[in-house]
Design a binder for this molecule. Structure first.
Ligand SMILES: *Cc1c(COP(=O)(O)O)cnc(C)c1O
Length: 854
C-alpha cells in the first residue's frame, strides 16, 4: 500500500513536489508525507500516535505532523520505518485514508446522477488548523468548517483562497494589560501545503494584470480530507517589490491593497481553476471579497463562446451563489471610482468589451450616479442567481441592507434566503466528547444525515453526562494553568505571579467562558458594568464562579485594546487571579480548549450585529451551555430547555441605557438561574436541572447547528438548482442566455408604458373574482405574470395569486385577466401587479421590474 512510486492520486510524489525538505529516498517516507499533508489530521486523530512515535516532544509541542516530519532525524526515520509494527500501522492508516476518500459518501448516495460535479468555494480566509494561519475569525471559521464537512459528506467542493505570509497578527499581553501585535513570518515550507505542479513538474503560476503590470501568482494546494483547497500568493521573486507583499497579511492595509487582494482572489482564483482544467458549475462566494470572479467567469464564457458580456453574465450568474455575512452597511467593501479606474479601465475594455461605466453600474445601487463607490456585495448580487444570509434574523437584516436594489418591491420579497451556519463537530469535540458520542451514535455519526443523533444522545444517563462535564472541565483547567504560566513568564511578571499561575482556578467551580474578537458590538466588557456586583458573584464562598477570557482587538484599534486592558486591570486591582484569567493569543487552538471545557459560554453582542456567530455552537457537542443575547443563531436556537437568553428580542442600537439593562439581566441570570442550577445537587451529588439542560442542548442543538446540516442545506437548496440552471443556460453556446437578455431588453423598453386599465371585483361562490384589464404595450403575455398580492398577516407569508391571462379584451387592445380569492380576507387587501416571468429566471434578483395597480 505504501508503495514508493505512487501516492493515492496516482502521481509520483517526489521530493521536488513538496516545498520543505523530506528525505523521500527512505522507503515509506512518501506515505508519511502524504498523511502529514492531509489536514484530515486536524479532526481525525487516528494517526496521532504515528507522529507521537516519531518525535513525542515536538508532537506534543506543535501537534503539526508536517513540522514533525521535517524535523525528525534521518536515523529516527530509518529506525521507525524498519519497525514492523510501525510500518503495519502506517499502511493501515493509509488504507483507511484511501477508503475514506473514495467510498461513496452522503452526496454520492443521495444524488447519484447529479449534474453537479464541482463547486468552487471562494473565501478570503479559511480556518482549518492553527498550523495553517490564513484566517482571522468567524468568516474563516465558516469556510474551514464547511470544507471539512464537504469532505465528510463527499460533496465535490474545491476551496479557493489566499496564502498570507503573515496571516493575522499574534497577540502578546504585557504586564499592564496592553496588547502587543506580533507578525511572525510563516515559512511556506513549514506549512502543511504543497506547490501545485503541472504534470511535467513545473510549478503552476497564474498571471494577472494590476494597473498595467503583469503579476505572477504562485499556487499551492492544501489537502483537506477528500477536498482540495487551492491558495494563491504574490510573493514570487519575479514580481516587482511593490507586488510581492500584496498577500502578506489578511485584511492588511487600505483600499488600495484590498482591491488588489480581491483581484487576486476573484480573477486569479478563477484563472487558477481554468489552468487546472476545472470547470465548476457552481461558484460560491463566501462574502463579497471574491466577487470579481463574476467578471472573470463571464469573460471566460465570452471568449469560449463568442457572446456578449451581458449574455455571458446571464449564463454564468446562474451558477453563482453569494453568501453575505455582514449586518451593517459599513461592513461591505467599497472602492472609489478612481481606484476602480486604475485597476479596471483596461480590463473592462480588453476583457469584457464593456463601457467602464457599465462595469461600475454592477457595483452600484443607482447605476446612473457616477459618484457612487463600487460595492463588492452589489457586484456579487448582480452576478448571482441566489443570495443568502447566515441566520434567519440576518436574512431580515440583509433584506433591509439591500432593499434599494429592489425598489418598489416589498421588503419581504427582497431575494435573500438564509442558511444558518454550523460548525464542524469533529473538529471541536474533545476526546471525552468523542468517547460518549461514539458510544451513543457510532463512529460515522457526522457523515450522514444525523437522523438518529438526537434520539441516541438523549439516552445518556445523568451520571455519564455529569462525569463527562467534570472530566472536560478538569482537563481544561490543567491547560489554562499551564498556558497562563507561560503567558506570565513571557510578559515578564514577578516570580510570585508566575508561581501563582500554576494554581489558579478550582476544578469543581462553575466555569464561564468568553472569547471572541474585542470589537465594540460584541460588548466584551458588559460583565464589568457593575464590578462590585460581578465580584460578589465570582467570590461567593458557597457558590463561587470563575471566568476564562480571550480575544484579540484589531491591532490599531485603541478602543478595542482598552477593553482588554480594562479586564486585565480589573483582575489585578481586585486580586481576582483565582477567579478570572485573560489568556492571550486567541486562536483556533485556544478556542478548542475553551469550548471543550467551559460549563457556560457567554455571548453579549448588540442585536442584530452578530450576523450568526459560531463560537457558541462549538460548546454544544461538548456539553457546554449557552447564555447569550437573542441574536444571530441563538435567536433561532434558544428555548428555556437548552440554555439562557438575554435581551428582549428587539434592536436598541448603541443606547447605553439598554446596555445597562442587558448587564443587569446578565447578572440576574447568573445569580438566580445559572449559579443555583449548577450547585443544586441531588443525593448522588448531581445537578439534575443542569444535566437536563446539557442533554437537551446536546441532543437537539448539536445536529441542527452542525456544518454537516449547513452544507447539506447549501447543496440541496442552492448548489443543485444552480448547477441545473447553469447547465441549461450554458448549453449550445449560451443560447438560452441570449434569449433571456433579449427578453429583458424588450421588457425594459416597453415596461413603463404598460398600465392597469380597469378592475372589477365580483362576488362568486366562496369568494371574489378579480377581473382586470391591462394594457401590455406589445409585451408578450408569456414573459410576464399578473398577480394578486396581499401582505402576510401577523408576519406570515405573503399571499401571491397568479392571475390567468384570458386573452384580448373586446377592444382588441387590452388583456383581460382573472383571479379568485377566498373570503378569509377582504378583497381590499389585494393589489394587482405585473412582474417579469420567463425562462425560469429568478425574480426580482435577475429582473426587478414591477408595476403595481396603484
Ligand atoms: C469560532 C471562532 C471565531 C468565531 O467566533 P464568534 O464569536 O462566533 O464570532 C473567531 N475566532 C476564533 C479563533 C474561533 O475559534
Amino acid at each position: 500500500m505504501a508503495g514508493k512510486e505512487k501516492n493515492s492520486s496516482g502521481q509520483p510524489l517526489v521530493n521536488n513536489q513538496v516545498y520543505g525538505f523530506i528525505p523521500t529516498d527512505i522507503d515509506g517516507v512518501d506515505t508519511l508525507a502524504e498523511l502529514a499533508l492531509d489536514l484530515r489530521w486536524s479532526w481525525n486523530h487516528a494517526v496521532d500516535e504515528i507522529w507521537y512515535q516519531l518525535d513525542p516532544e515536538l508532537w506534543m509541542e506543535t501537534h503539526n505532523p508536517w513540522v514533525v516530519l521535517q524535523n525528525v532525524s534521518r536515523d529516527q526515520l530509518i529506525k521507525q520505518m524498519a519497525d514492523k509494527v510501525f510500518r503495519e500501522r502506517l499502511d493501515e492508516m493509509m488504507t483507511q485514508k484511501e477508503k475514506s476518500s473514495t467510498d461513496p459518501a452522503w452526496f454520492q448516495r443521495s444524488h447519484p446522477s447529479s449534474p453537479l460535479t464541482c463547486i468552487a468555494y471562494f473565501s478570503m480566509e479559511f480556518m482549518l488548523s492553527e498550523a495553517l494561519p490564513i484566517y482571522v475569525g468567524g468568516l474563516g471559521n465558516v469556510a474551514g468548517d464547511q470544507l471539512k464537512s464537504a469532505s465528510d459528506l463527499g460533496i465535490p467542493v474545491i476551496g479557493v483562497g489566499l496564502l498570507y505570509q503573515q496571516g493575522y497578527f499574534r497577540q502578546l499581553i504585557d504586564q499592564f494589560g496592553t496588547q502587543q501585535a506580533l507578525f511572525p513570518y510563516n515559512d511556506p515550507g513549514q506549512l502543511p501545503i504543497s506547490p501545485l505542479r503541472l504534470p511535467n513538474g513545473e510549478w503552476l503560476r497564474i498571471n494577472i494584470s494590476l494597473s498595467g503590470h503583469t503579476v505572477w501568482l504562485r499556487t499551492w494546494q492544501v489537502q483537506v480530507g477528500r477536498v482540495k483547497l487551492y491558495l494563491l500568493d504574490s510573493n514570487d521573486p519575479v514580481n516587482m517589490p511593490l507586488h510581492r507583499g500584496i498577500t502578506s497579511a489578511a485584511y492588511g492595509g487600505g483600499a488600495d491593497l484590498r482591491i488588489q487582494q480581491e483581484i487576486i482572489l476573484g480573477i486569479g482564483g478563477w484563472r487558477l481553476l481554468r489552468a487546472m482544467n476545472i470547470a465548476p458549475e457552481v461558484c460560491h462566494m463566501n462574502e463579497g471579497h471574491s466577487a470579481f470572479l463574476v467578471l472573470e467567469r463571464a469573460a471566460n464564457f465570452m471568449r469560449e463562446n463568442g457572446v456578449t458580456f451581458q449574455e455571458a453574465l446571464t449564463v454564468t450568474r446562474a451558477g453563482n451563489l453569494f453568501t453575505t455575512h455582514t449586518a451593517v452597511a459599513a461592513g461591505f467593501d467599497n472602492f472609489s471610482p478612481s481606484l476602480m479606474w486604475q485597476f479596471f479601465a483596461n480590463y473592462a475594455k480588453e476583457e469584457l468589451h464593456l463601457d467602464f461605466n457599465d462595469l461600475l453600474a454592477l457595483g452600484r445601487e443607482d447605476p446612473h450616479n457616477l459618484s457612487q463607490f463600487f460595492n463588492m456585495a452589489f457586484l456579487a448580487i448582480h452576478g448571482s442567481s441566489a443570495v443568502n444570509g447566515v441566520s434567519r434574523l440576518h436574512r431580515e437584516v440583509s433584506r433591509k441592507l439591500f432593499r434599494n436594489l429592489f425598489k418598489r418591491w416589498p421588503n419581504s420579497e427582497v431575494p435573500i434566503g438564509h442558511v444558518t451556519n454550523g460548525v464542524h463537530m469533529p473538529s471541536w469535540d474533545s476526546v471525552f466528547a468523542d468517547k460518549i458520542w461514539t458510544h451513543s451514535c457510532g463512529k460515522e455519526r457526522w457523515r450522514g444525515r444525523l437522523e438518529s443523533v438526537e434520539r441516541d444522545i438523549y439516552c445518556l444517563s445523568d451520571v455519564a453526562l455529569w462525569q463527562f462535564r467534570n472530566d472536560s472541565r478538569h482537563h481544561m483547567i490543567n491547560f489554562i494553568r499551564e498556558r497562563f504560566q507561560g503567558q506570565t513568564e513571557d510578559a515578564g511578571h514577578s516570580p510570585e505571579i508566575v508561581e501563582m499561575a500554576k494554581h489558579i482556578f478550582n476544578k469543581e467551580t462553575l466555569t464561564l467562558g468568553f472569547a471572541r474578537r474585542f470589537v465594540p458590538y460584541k460588548r466584551p466588557n458588559l460583565l464589568l458594568h457593575n464590578p462590585e456586583r460581578f465580584i460578589r458573584i465570582l467570590t461567593n464562598p458557597q457558590r463561587p464562579v470563575q471566568l476564562v477570557l480571550a480575544g484579540k482587538s484589531p491591532p490599531y484599534d485603541e478602543s478595542g485594546k482598552a477593553l482588554i486592558r480594562q479586564w486585565v486591570q480589573f483582575i489585578q486591582q481586585h486580586n481576582l487571579y483565582k477567579h478570572v484569567v485573560f489568556l492571550s493569543d486567541y486562536d483556533m487552538l485556544l478556542t478548542e480548549h475553551l469550548v471543550q471545557g467551559v460549563d457556560v459560554w457567554i455571548n453579549t453582542p448588540r442585536r442584530p450585529w452578530e450576523a450568526c456567530g459560531t463560537s457558541g455552537m462549538k460548546v454544544l457537542v461538548n456539553g457546554g451551555i449557552n447564555l447569550s443575547e437573542l441574536d444571530g443563531w441563538w435567536a433561532e436556537a434558544y428555548t428555556p430547555e437548552v440554555g439562557w437568553a438575554m435581551g428582549d428580542g428587539h434592536e436598541h442600537g448603541e443606547d447605553p441605557y439598554w446596555d445597562a439593562i442587558d448587564a443587569n439581566e446578565l447578572y440576574e441570570l447568573l445569580e438566580q438561574k445559572v449559579v443555583p442550577e449548577f450547585y443544586g445537587r441531588n443525593k448522588e451529588g448531581i445537578p439534575e436541572n443542569w444535566v437536563a439542560k446539557m442533554r437537551n442542548s446536546m441532543s437537539t442543538l448539536t445536529p441542527k447547528f452542525s456544518a454537516n446540516r449547513a452544507v447539506r442545506e447549501y447543496t440541496e437548496k442552492y448548489y443543485l438548482p444552480a448547477a441545473n440552471k447553469y447547465k441549461k443556460r450554458s448549453s449550445k453556446k449560451g443560447m438560452l442566455g441570449k434569449k433571456i437578455v433579449e427578453t429583458k431588453l424588450n421588457l425594459q423598453n416597453k415596461w413603463w408604458k404598460m398600465r392597469f386599465v380597469q378592475a372589477q371585483i365580483e362576488n362568486i361562490a366562496g369568494g371574489y373574482q378579480f377581473k382586470i384589464m391591462v394594457w401590455l404595450n406589445h409585451i408578450s403575455p408569456d414573459t410576464i405574470s399578473v398577480e394578486l398580492f396581499a401582505e402576510g398577516l401577523n408576519g406570515g407569508a405573503n399571499e401571491i395569486i397568479k392571475m390567468e391571462i384570458i386573452g384580448l379584451a373586446k377592444n382588441g387592445l387590452d388583456h383581460e385577466c382573472h383571479g379568485c380569492i377566498g373570503t378569509s380576507r377582504p378583497a381590499g387587501h389585494y393589489t394587482a401587479r405585473i412582474v417579469p416571468c420567463y425562462e425560469n429566471i429568478s425574480v426580482p434578483l435577475e429582473n426587478n421590474l414591477i408595476l403595481w395597480q396603484r
